[in-house]
Design a protein around this ligand. Structure first.
Ligand SMILES: [Zn+2]
Length: 162
């Protein structure tokens, strides 16, 4: 019985998070690129994160994605955003990923390459077991943690590495 409840919770929790995230994103005021850079600096200070972060702005991203974060081969961190979707919440979400080390192993060197890599990631049907396990971990743990931080400022990394 308890097992079923826990299972139900772990299945429905990310869905609830997604719904709240969509609602917040819908009602949040949009920022332009200048405001976005200012917000990134303010929010970096809150996370005590001092590294430089580049901003890549897109007209759109594959799969209706609004933002991503990554790291270049030279070590510089990057936040990619869709021009009309920039909000403080969105930037806080991506900054949390960067500050928590979620993108340490990324190596994307330019705007175009990042766009294409999201595309192939979304369209790849033949993922190996390790990648599938990571996606599950990402959806159930990494994403909800970043969402909760982006809404509340609470730093609750609630999941263990697999
Ligand atoms: Zn995320």
């Amino acid at each position: 019985m308890l097992k079923e409840i826990v299972l139900a919770l772990s299945v429905s929790y990310p869905t609830i998070v997604d719904t709240i995230q969509d609602t917040i994103s819908y009602i949040s005021p949009r920022a332009n690129q200048t405001q976005a850079r200012k917000i990134i600096n303010q929010e970096k200070a809150k996370l005590r994160f001092q590294e430089e972060i580049d901003l890549w702005v897109y007209k759109s991203l594959p799969g209706g994605k609004k933002a991503f974060s990554t790291r270049k081969a030279n070590g510089q961190y990057v936040i990619g955003v869709v021009e009309d979707e920039i909000t403080r919440t969105l930037l806080r979400h991506e900054l949390y990923h960067i500050a928590k080390g979620d993108v340490e192993h990324s190596q994307l060197d330019n705007k175009r390459q990042a766009h294409d890599s999201i595309n192939s990631w979304l369209n790849n049907q033949n993922l190996d077991q390790e990648t599938q396990d990571y996606i599950t971990h990402f959806k159930n743990c990494i994403e909800p943690s970043a969402d909760l931080y982006s809404w509340t400022g609470l730093d609750i990394k609630h999941c263990q590495e697999n």
